[in-house]
Design a protein around this ligand. Structure first.
Ligand SMILES: NCCCC(=O)O
Length: 817
């Protein structure tokens, strides 16, 4: 039985009536979408939105996340005029306070980044903090930053205003209507079934579904067979009684004391991000949950409250009106989930907003709607793309442990290379114990434990985080120099490995990639998957294993996204695509002495004639067998040895034993990053993304427009015709001391023209190196290089050399030697 007022067909069904669902409905209707239906199990905003603090910050960790946050802030400033529903948005500004020298460095680096991203920001002294926020105790304050355009709003009203905007343009919103199931056909949801509180039920046939179900999104995802890794945690704040003559105050963040403060209607709201949070609701969120709160746990938040009373003494002089504890969703990496769910062709996700839902909702809704409209990401959304999540990350035990940390990480020191402490050791290379015994210090990516550097004998194998030269600086240097002058071995088993085989394998890979795939067996092709704009969706090597089979090798972090991209472009091709990542380990043996080392453990011929650069050969190694791929991401002579996981330890032991006579050094991935930047090799997600045109990224050599048609070819031809408007430039600091991490502003003749997309120390070159895009419409290489360049490192402008070619071995002779 269906209620008369709920239609039985829609173009899109949005599940969840929090601020995110309302924003998606608002933006889809703004794009002219009709038949937009939003279903909310209780009342709009009754899950998390209603109790959000409503801080509206603009600066986020990357350029595009900042772009989205800025968009939210601008939207909320004008929404009332359009919808008639006030958002309570006030541009009160925001101050973040540092209590340590490390935090000061972090804030000043963020401040430099803000300048590159076009966000107004001022670095301010303790005295200036006192002027802008007279109630704050300045004891121990080292510095601060002030963002005049930041603000705050009324979360519930922002959601209702967005909802009104959507309904005015025809969206239908049904509250008290719970989604009970989905009808699935292949990789599509064809209908959503619902039940209203008074017992009516029905089904809406639809073209698309958007899961905006907040802390219910993991369960809603399961209805569609989609992985949405998130978990609620308790989030605490208190609200004081009215404080006479408080006046408008900026938002105040004191991350070193895990606290934020917001003035609201003459009261102070103090919110907390404690280091060890309390996950909630994993055994099920009560069906009755609606505008509910959880019992406050005084012991849990007392330490933070004590610090806050010291920092803002008026808290101790004012009564507390409300102790609030409400659940909010957190994700494994503190980034929200947006986009088309892998495995499905019409299930979209916008969920897991990690306590920044209000400030993110406007931008996230806009980006998702545009993505749904175009069928392609409007710009790089890799930070939040749901496809970055690995299947195991939906595991309950993993999530429960991980989110207990990620809540607190919001305000922890964001040191470079900081690793998560929880939920570790889940994906391990078969060499893991060998590496650990040899002093490896691991970092985690996509669940993989990867050796980042090796401690010396007697050195504690642990990170000591710092903004200055870290405790592993000299270790990485020794590893780097071994690769440049001798031979090093590092474990790349975390590479994604995807086998593509079948009668149409060549035709399919020619269609989906820019490289020529009709090559002899054993050839390795470095290439990209492009979108219709010529932007880079994936950066891969593809090895022809046999007449009918290829191996696509992808970065660990993008394996699922790259596999998904291929599956979505199969069309009528007869191919089988299989993830074989776990089947083979990869040992990279690199450096000018790598040939000698391999020759000492293998009867095969590693000469240029037998195994030239860009080819793979089957080899015997020790008493095992493997495949030697002659490629390099560090810019040296070398091989990646692909060996089945059962023989990996044997091959490692063989190489290590033989390596003694060749000065073999075990190396980690910090070395790899420094080496690849010296060599100008791009890294997907940083230097190349879906919004970077392959020609502007300098990778025109890897796409062959003279082959058969391929996806993105027209955009490559068009760009050849119209000319480049931006180019990627490499930089080397003149001063050997400062460190680059990425996101530092690039100055050309004293003006900001871009930011670094990568940065690391180039131990071979003796200074920090980086790369980033600058605008260059109508300019020749000579014009670009005639300027003077510098990089803003935490507010200090450091002169830099610029180059359009790699600083290290521009001819590539070393790799091909
Ligand atoms: N929901 C609290 C947001 C905290 C922040 O913007 O810093």
């Amino acid at each position: 039985m269906a209620l008369a007022n709920i239609q039985d067909k829609a173009r899109v069904v949005i599940i969840g009536g929090g601020v995110i669902g309302c924003s998606v409905a608002y933006h889809l209707t703004k794009l002219g979408w009709k038949d937009v239906v939003l279903l909310e199990r209780k009342e709009l905003t009754s899950g998390t939105t209603w109790h959000a603090a409503g801080l509206i910050a603009q600066l986020r960790a990357t350029a595009n996340m900042t772009r989205l946050a800025k968009y939210s802030q601008e939207l909320y400033g004008t929404l009332e005029d359009e919808t008639g529903v006030a958002t309570g948005f006030k541009r009160v500004g925001a101050i973040t306070v540092a209590l340590t020298e490390d935090r000061k460095e972090e804030l000043f680096r963020q401040s430099a980044m803000a300048r590159a991203f076009g966000v107004e920001i001022e670095e301010i002294s303790p005295a200036e903090i006192g002027e802008r926020y007279p109630h704050v105790n300045l004891d121990g304050v080292t510095a601060g930053v002030y963002l005049p355009k930041d603000g705050q709003g009324d979360p519930g009203n922002i959601a209702l205003s967005l909802a009104r905007g959507a309904t005015k343009r025809g969206a239908k919103i049904h509250s008290r209507t719970k989604v009970t199931g989905m009808r699935k056909q292949g990789s599509r949801i064809t209908a959503v079934s619902w039940q209203s509180e008074d017992g009516d039920q029905g089904e809406i046939a639809c073209d698309m579904v958007v899961n905006c179900a907040g802390m219910w999104a993991r369960d809603v995802g399961k209805m569609a067979g989609v992985n949405v890794p998130l978990h609620a945690c308790e989030h605490y704040y208190i609200v004081t009684d009215s404080v006479p003559q408080l006046g408008d105050l900026p938002v105040l963040r004191v991350p070193d004391e895990c606290a934020y403060y917001k003035e609201d209607a003459g009261k102070i709201l103090l919110g907390m991000f404690e280091p060890k949070a309390k996950p909630w609701g994993m055994e099920g969120i009560p069906d009755s949950f609606e505008f509910d709160e959880l019992p406050p746990d005084f012991e849990h938040f007392e330490p933070i409250l004590e610090m806050a009373i010291n920092r803002l003494p008026l808290l101790g002089q004012t009564g507390i009106h409300t102790f609030f504890n409400g659940p909010e969703s957190f994700t494994p990496d503190d980034a929200y989930h947006l986009g088309l769910a892998p495995g499905m062709d019409n299930v979209w996700v916008a969920a897991g907003f990690n306590s920044i839902g209000i400030q993110s909702a406007g931008g996230a809704g806009m980006a998702l709607a545009q993505w749904m409209e175009d069928g392609e990401k409007p710009f790089d959304l890799g930070d939040v793309d749901i496809a970055r999540m690995q299947p195991f990350q939906g595991n309950k035990t993993y999530l429960t442990e991980r989110v207990s940390e990620t809540l607190g990480l919001l305000y922890a020191d964001h040191y470079p290379f900081r690793q998560k402490a929880t939920s570790r050791g889940i994906r391990r290379s078969p060499l893991h114990e060998h590496l650990a015994r040899n002093g490896a210090v691991f970092g985690e990516l996509a669940g993989w434990e990867r050796a980042n550097w090796f401690a010396n004998d007697g050195q504690k194998p642990e990170y000591e985080y710092s903004w200055k030269r870290p405790n592993w600086f000299d270790n990485a240097k020794a590893e780097h120099l071994a690769i440049r002058t001798g031979v090093g071995l590092y474990d790349m088993s975390s590479f994604g490995k995807i086998r593509v085989e079948g009668p149409d394998a060549t035709a399919f890979l020619n269609h989906v990639s820019g490289g020529e795939m009709d090559v002899p067996v054993g050839k390795i092709v470095y290439t990209q998957f492009l979108n219709a704009r010529g932007g880079i969706e994936a950066d891969v090597t593809i090895t022809r294993l046999s007449e009918l089979a290829y191996l696509v090798v992808t970065p660990a972090a993008t394996r699922l996204a790259d596999e998904t991209w291929m599956r979505r472009h199969v069309d009528d091709h007869m191919v089988v695509i299989t993830d074989v990542t776990a089947g083979e380990a990869v040992l990279a043996v690199m450096g000018p002495k790598s040939r000698d080392l391999l020759a000492s453990v293998s009867p095969n011929d590693f000469s240029n004639a037998a195994n030239p650069f860009g080819t793979a050969q089957e080899i015997e190694i020790g008493m095992g067998i493997a495949r030697a791929h002659r490629v390099s991401y560090v810019g040296e002579l070398g091989w990646e040895i692909y060996v089945s996981t059962d023989m990996a330890a044997h091959v490692f032991e063989t190489l290590l034993a033989a390596g003694e006579g060749h000065g073999l050094k075990l190396c980690g991935l910090h070395m790899m990053d420094g080496c690849r930047i010296e060599k100008g090799f791009r890294h997907f997600g940083h230097d190349i993304t879906c919004e970077d045109h392959v020609l502007e990224a300098g990778l025109g050599f890897a796409v062959k427009t003279d082959k058969s048609d391929f996806f993105g070819r027209d955009a490559v031809l068009a760009k050849r015709e119209s000319g480049l408007t931006r180019r990627i430039v490499q930089f080397r600091l003149n001063d050997p001391e400062p460190l680059l991490f990425h996101n530092e502003p690039i100055l050309r003749d004293g003006k900001i023209v871009g930011h670094l997309t990568s940065g690391a120390y180039g131990h071979h070159l003796g200074a920090a190196v980086g790369m980033g895009y600058i605008g260059c419409a109508g300019e020749t290489s000579g014009d670009i290089l005639a300027s003077s360049y510098s990089i803003d490192v935490a507010g200090t402008v450091v002169g830099a050399q610029a180059s359009l070619h790699p600083f290290c071995d521009p001819s590539g002779d070393r790799m091909k030697s």
